[in-house]
Each structure stands twice: as structure tokens, then as C-alpha cells.
Ligand binder design. Structure first.
Ligand code: NAD
Length: 710
């Protein structure tokens, strides 16, 4: 037996312990170790039964995710017969008990279900989260779970992938007892007592795979599967794994255990080798990767953030204040007028009340959070804040005025952050005597909901401020991505190109609803024109008017959005934009808009034609990708995967496509580059190919390979 799995004894009970820190993943050697321990338990007459427990904080938390990539890339041949190991556990002639603390997810739960009994401490969780990586359980999870939990519960757990608490698992029959105690030692003792009880009662091993009484029949199962498929279609739009998971659980109800396992294996393989699963695994590792900043060492000392302050209690300031309060950090919220302050606080209160109504947390939690937010009209208290975030109107003069004031008031070493979405962070910093403490914290609306935080590094920002900002993002339950200082940073700079193409397509002959439908079908949370209506078309219109003097003559620019605004069509807020909206805010295509588009196109001499769905996808996606490649080459993003994480968490990009840069890799950079060149010929300089895209395409490389090298 290896060090990964040990067998010790507590009297007549064998204690099998998995020691594979940090989470006891099922890396190579772990299944083999468990198998050897079970063999030993069978052989040793002094052992009457055994328990399996994880060392440290958890049971087997799941598969070793790195292994999936090794299998699909051909680096590793398929490993040991894991299904066989589980059968051998189940066939053990002596009773065996899985003792669960922490999490038993995925392969961890599959192992536990092959044991004759399962006990857990109250804080433990179990689940089959494979769908979140585009996979399904691959070691009989879809076959054993319905036998323990019944078909409805099993299909739900395998299709949505969400974890289940110990009490719920007990009620469902997944575990047999919840034992007292909070740690591994108490769990071990409880599990041993449980097993001794079973031995004393003379109970024989009980094989999960032979327990068919919860499998139901065709008549009772039909509606369960139909409802699950409908639900997955909506909740996991475009994803194949949830549907495959449902098929596999259905197989458990129709086939023998062995045949069901064979069907599950077939479906598992399809998922494992799919682009979707590869993309989701890329995202899983990407979320960890973005926290690595080459020139900011991991051990950079952090600034202790014990208190915060926000300037501006509008749409963004209020949401940002909630983030701090949710993390238990007291926060001052400053406005210029009592009216604006009251309005901001009322919005915060309403948001929290909605969460309480929906049962997300209790009134008590809400009261605590509200008490952490102190509304104010003065600067008093700012002198002790460890971090100040400015979220006033977007205007350089105003921002500089505020930063000059903060420079006078704030203590040395306090972080001064701006939530600007377009302005130059260095210029803002120049209003202070300490540009090294100035940084951009670009939240996304609604700031209390959206997970992305673009952290904008100015040329003087010091490493401590960067490291603290990244750590703070985690504390605020955000995903922080470090980006460089340029107009629009990463996300909005790319979005600009994407939105531009969406509008050009409309001018060239596609209907707004066709553009939106194609991108929705592609997997985007919303089509770009509907997003414009939601955010308000007037925002961009005002910015364009202000920057009109910077426009390059002769370069094509979108015509329709500004004209919609001229007609008072600002989007949802005025009941009309690209669409008309009914009282339920349902978008309705509008003949008036079609007519306006045709007129503007005719005036500009644009030839209208039929536009295919394929062209809509290529024009919009490749515009994102081409700009992304420029951003990457300029060092505005550290890696291609950083761009992907920005898009997935801030822009409703479908995770199963892996983000725009990963999507480009799946299409193939040669094809993307060739199309960009064609668009360049057809549409002119806005499509100038990014030199990096060209280089990678010519070298037959991918963005993922570029990331590995950089
Ligand atoms: P908003 O108009 O909703 O709020 C701005 C608030 O700042 C107002 O309540 C105003 O009274 C207050 N304010 C103005 N001057 C002030 C001062 N001197 N002291 C204190 N308060 C003052 O605007 P918003 O949408 O919250 O945008 C704020 C910032 O966030 C802007 O820089 C914007 O570009 C950026 N941003 C906005 C979004 C978005 O989607 N709305 C997303 C990301 C970033």
C-alpha cells in the first residue's frame, strides 16, 4: 500500500485513510491504494469491518481534474479499471462504511456509494458536480445514486451539479447517519461506533447496486425525466452534459446495473472528448491562473483592509458598498446631497430586502450588513479608511478634483481606487502626490451581483496595492483580473468592436432580432442590441457626442443608435430602443426601426443583402478576437485566458465556449485570421488584422500555446 492510502486498526475495525492533500483527490495511486486496503481487510481475520476516511479537512473531494486533460490529449492512457475497484469494494465480504467530512463530490461520492454504508458529520456535503466541467459521473454515479436517493433526486443532482448538505443527503437516503462532532477525529469515532452497531446486529454487507427498490417504473419516471430535460434546457442552455447526465440516470431505470454502467461510460466518453468539456476545464484552471501576476510575487505583503469608504452612492457606488458590507468590512458611503444619499441607501435596502424575501439570507444578516454601511455627506472618517473607491460621474475634471481631495485627507498607505470605465487611471493618479497608491477597480453593473472586477494597473501603481486588490477581490467574492490602462481596458475595449459589428450587420441587411437571436443561440446571455436597450443607448450617445472631435474622417461608424436616441428611443427606460417594450419589458421588433435602418443605409449608400447566421457569428466574434489579440500583444491583458475570464464573468459569454480567445482556438486561428483578412478587404481599416493573430495563424499555433510560453 502506498502512503496515499493507509490501513490502521481500531480493535477489530480497519481504518482506511486517504492522505492526498489538499483535498484527497483521486489521483493515480489513490484508487489502487483503496483497492489494496480492501483486499487486506478481506484477508485479515482479525478485522471484522472497515471504514474509509479522508485525512485533513475532507473526504475524497473528487477526481484529479488535471487527469482529464491528460487523457484527452493522449498524454495518459486510461488508468486503472476504476469501476472494477468500486465493484470490489462493494463485494467486500465484511461491512465497510464511508465516513464523510468536508466534501464527497464527483468521484468521491462514487467511491462512497460503493461502500455498504455512509455516515457524515453535519457540515459535510455530497454531490455530483461533473456537469460543471461539461462531464457526467463516470464511475457508476448515475447508476448508484438513483438506487440510494430515488430517481428524481438523483437526476436533479446529476443534471444541475449542485451540492447537497448532510441533512438533505440523510433524508434522501444517500447517507445512513449524521454523527456528532465537527472534525475528522469525531467522525472517525462516530463511524466506528456506527459500524460496531451494525456488526452487533449481525448485519451483512449491503450492495448499493443490488438495491433496486427506488428505481420506479416507466410511468412514474417518464414525467421526471421530461421535466428534468426541460429544466436543463433552460438552466444550462446549449450544454450537452446535463442532457447526457439525464440520459445516463434514465439508463439506470431501464437497464441492468452492468448495462447501465456501459451506457454511462459511453456518454461519459462523449462528454470528455467534447469541446464543451475542454472549454469548461480551461475555465476551471483559468480562474486560478488569473491570480498569478508574474512580477508581483505571491508573498508580497498585503495592506490590511479593515475599513473602506466610497465616494458616490449612485448605481455603482451603492453596489460596491454592498460588496464590502457583505464581506463584513465597515464602509462609509459619501454623497453630495441628502436626496442622492437617501436614494442610494433606499436602493441598497431594497436589494437586501429582496434577498431576504427570496430566502437567500435572514433578516438578522441583512440588519448586520445595513449597520456596516454608514451614509455621510462629509469627509469625516475618510482619514482612517484603508481603501477609498470613487464612483462619481464619469468626467476627468470631477475625478481629479476628488482624488486631489482624497490625497489631502486619506492616511498614508491607503488605497485610492477609481471605478472609472473609460478614463485614464494615470491621469487621475496625477492629481495626487501618491500615484503608487492609485489603481482602477472596475466593477460591473449590478456591482453587488457581477463577479468580475477588472483591476487596472497604472504606470506607478505599486505591487502591494496590486496584490492587496487581487486578495480583496477574493474577499469580496469577485474574480479579480489585472489589466493595463487603456481606453475601455480589456472588456469594454473589445465590446466596442463587437457592438460596432452588430450594428453594421443591421445596416447591411440583418434585422435587429436576427442579430440578437444568432448570438443568443451561440450562447450569449443576451444579444448585443437587446443589451444596448437594457443599459441605455443614451450613455454611448452622450460619450460619442463628447468625443466627436476625435473621430477619424473616412472611417465607418455605426449610424442607427444615435438616430434612435435623437428620436427619444433610449432603450428599456423609455419603452423603446432597438425594440419596442411592452409592460413586461418584452422586446417587440418594431417596423419603425426597420424603416429607419433602411433609410439610413440608403443615405449612406450601403448595399442591403441577406446576412446569414454564420456571418453574424463570424463578424461579431472575430471582431472580439482580433481586438483581444491586440490587447494581448500590447500587454493590456497578461494572458489570453485572462481575457476569457473577463468575458465569462462580465459579459455573459457562455462558459462552455471557454471565452472568446479559447473559442478562437477551437475554430482554429488560421481560419479566424483568413476571415479577418477577408473582412479587412471588404470593410476596411477597422478590420486590420492583429499582428499576433497573424503570427500565431502562420505558425499553426493557438492562444493557449501562446499563454504557455509567456
Ligand atoms: P451614477 O450617476 O448612478 O452615480 C454617480 C453618483 O455620484 C451620483 O449619485 C452623484 O450624486 C454622485 N456624485 C457626484 N459627484 C460627487 C461628489 N463630488 N461626491 C460624492 N458623490 C458625488 O453613475 P454610476 O453608473 O454609478 O457610475 C459611477 C462611475 O462608475 C462612473 O465612473 C462610471 O463610468 C463607472 N461605471 C459605471 C458602470 C455602469 O454600468 N453604470 C459600470 C462600471 C463603471
Amino acid at each position: 500500500m502506498s502512503d496515499l492510502v493507509t490501513l490502521t486498526r481500531d480493535g477489530e475495525i480497519g481504518i482506511i485513510t486517504v492522505n492526498n492533500p489538499p483535498v484527497n483527490a483521486l489521483s493515480p495511486g489513490v484508487p489502487e491504494g483503496i483497492s489494496a486496503a480492501i483486499e487486506e481487510v478481506t484477508k485479515d481475520d482479525s478485522i471484522k469491518g472497515a471504514i474509509l476516511i479522508g485525512s485533513g479537512q475532507t473526504f475524497i473531494a473528487g477526481a484529479d481534474i488535471k487527469e482529464f486533460g491528460k487523457v484527452t490529449s493522449g498524454e495518459r492512457k486510461e488508468g486503472i479499471d476504476f469501476l472494477g475497484v468500486l465493484l470490489a469494494i462493494e463485494d467486500c465480504s465484511k461491512p465497510v462504511v464511508a465516513a464523510i467530512h468536508g466534501t464527497a463530490f464527483g468521484g468521491g461520492l462514487e467511491v462512497a456509494m460503493a461502500f455498504h454504508y455512509r455516515v457524515a458529520i453535519a457540515s459535510a456535503q455530497v454531490g455530483q458536480p461533473e456537469v460543471k466541467l461539461g462531464l457526467i459521473p463516470g464511475a457508476a454515479g448515475t447508476q448508484r445514486l438513483p438506487r440510494l436517493a430515488g430517481v428524481a433526486k438523483a437526476v436533479q443532482m446529476c443534471a444541475d451539479g449542485n451540492p447537497v448538505k448532510a441533512s438533505e443527503a440523510l433524508a434522501a437516503g444517500i447517507i445512513d447517519a449524521v454523527v456528532d462532532g465537527v472534525d475528522a477525529a469525531a467522525l472517525q469515532q462516530g463511524a466506528v461506533e456506527f459500524l460496531r452497531g451494525k456488526l452487533a446486529a449481525g448485519e451483512k454487507p449491503r450492495k448499493t447496486r443490488e438495491r433496486n427498490e427506488k428505481l420506479g417504473d416507466e410511468a412514474s419516471n417518464g414525467p421526471i425525466f421530461a421535466a428534468a430535460r426541460e429544466m436543463a434546457k433552460k438552466a444550462a442552455r446549449g450544454m450537452m452534459a446535463p442532457q447526457a447526465a439525464i440520459d445516463a440516470v434514465e439508463a439506470a431505470t431501464r437497464l441492468s446495473f452492468a448495462e447501465g454502467c456501459a451506457r454511462e461510460a459511453e456518454l461519459f466518453k462523449q462528454c470528455l472528448f467534447s469541446d464543451q468539456s475542454k472549454a469548461l476545464i480551461h475555465v476551471f484552471f483559468g480562474e486560478r491562473e488569473v491570480s498569478k501576476i508574474p512580477d508581483v510575487p505571491k508573498d508580497t505583503p498585503l495592506i490590511d483592509i479593515k475599513s473602506a469608504a466610497i465616494v458616490g452612492a449612485g448605481t455603482m457606488g451603492g453596489g460596491i458598498a454592498m460588496n464590502y458590507a457583505n464581506a463584513g468590512i465597515p464602509v462609509l458611503l459619501k454623497e453630495t446631497t441628502q436626496e442622492a444619499l437617501d436614494k442610494g441607501m433606499a436602493t441598497i435596502r431594497r436589494n437586501y430586502e429582496n434577498s431576504v424575501k427570496k430566502g437567500r439570507f435572514s433578516q438578522e444578516v441583512m440588519d448586520k450588513r445595513m449597520a456596516l454601511i454608514t451614509p455621510t455627506l462629509s469627509w469625516a472618517g475618510f482619514e482612517t479608511a484603508d481603501i477609498v473607491t470613487e464612483a462619481v460621474f464619469e468626467g476627468m475634471a470631477l475625478k481629479k478634483e476628488i482624488f486631489a481631495e482624497l490625497d489631502r485627507i486619506c492616511k498614508p498607505g491607503a488605497i485610492l481606487a477609481s471605478n472609472t470605465s473609460t478614463l485614464d487611471v494615470d491621469e487621475i493618479a496625477s492629481a495626487t502626490s501618491r500615484p503608487e497608491y492609485v489603481i482602477g477597480h472596475h466593477y460591473f453593473s449590478p456591482a453587488n451581483v457581477m463577479r468580475l472586477l477588472e483591476i487596472v494597473r497604472g504606470k506607478a501603481t505599486n505591487k502591494q496595492v496590486i496584490a492587496t486588490s487581487m486578495a480583496l477581490a477574493r474577499r469580496l467574492k469577485k474574480i479579480g483580473v489585472l489589466v493595463g490602462n487603456c481606453y475601455g481596458f480589456v472588456g469594454n475595449r473589445m465590446l466596442h468592436q463587437y457592438g460596432r459589428e452588430a450594428q453594421f450587420l443591421v445596416e447591411e441587411g440583418a434585422k435587429p432580432q436576427e442579430v440578437d437571436a444568432a448570438l443568443y443561440k451561440f450562447g450569449m446571455a443576451m444579444g448585443p442590441l437587446a443589451v444596448g436597450d437594457l443599459a441605455g443607448l443614451d450613455v454611448g450617445w452622450r460619450i460619442r457626442k463628447e468625443h466627436a472631435h476625435l473621430e477619424k474622417p473616412g472611417v465607418r461608424k455605426p449610424l442607427v443608435a444615435d438616430q434612435l436616441c435623437e428620436r427619444g428611443r433610449y432603450g428599456q427606460k423609455t419603452g423603446a430602443g432597438w425594440y419596442r417594450y411592452d409592460e413586461n419589458r418584452k422586446p417587440i421588433p418594431d417596423a419603425e426601426v426597420d424603416q429607419l435602418i433602411e433609410e439610413l443605409a440608403a443615405q449612406a449608400g450601403i448595399r442591403r443583402r441577406t446576412i446569414t447566421e454564420e456571418e453574424i457569428i463570424e463578424r461579431t466574434q472575430y471582431a472580439l478576437i482580433n481586438e483581444g489579440a491586440k490587447i494581448l500583444e500590447e500587454g493590456i491583458a497578461l494572458r489570453a485566458v485572462d481575457i476569457d475570464i473577463v468575458y465569462l464573468n462580465g459579459y455573459g459569454y457562455p462558459a462552455w465556449r471557454g471565452g472568446p480567445m479559447w473559442y478562437a482556438d477551437t475554430v482554429g486561428l488560421k481560419k479566424v485570421y483568413d476571415r479577418v483578412c477577408r473582412f479587412h478587404e471588404e470593410h476596411g481599416e477597422l478590420w486590420t488584422p492583429a499582428p499576433l493573430l497573424r503570427r500565431l495563424a502562420e505558425e499553426g499555433k493557438s492562444f493557449a500555446q501562446y499563454d504557455k510560453k509567456s
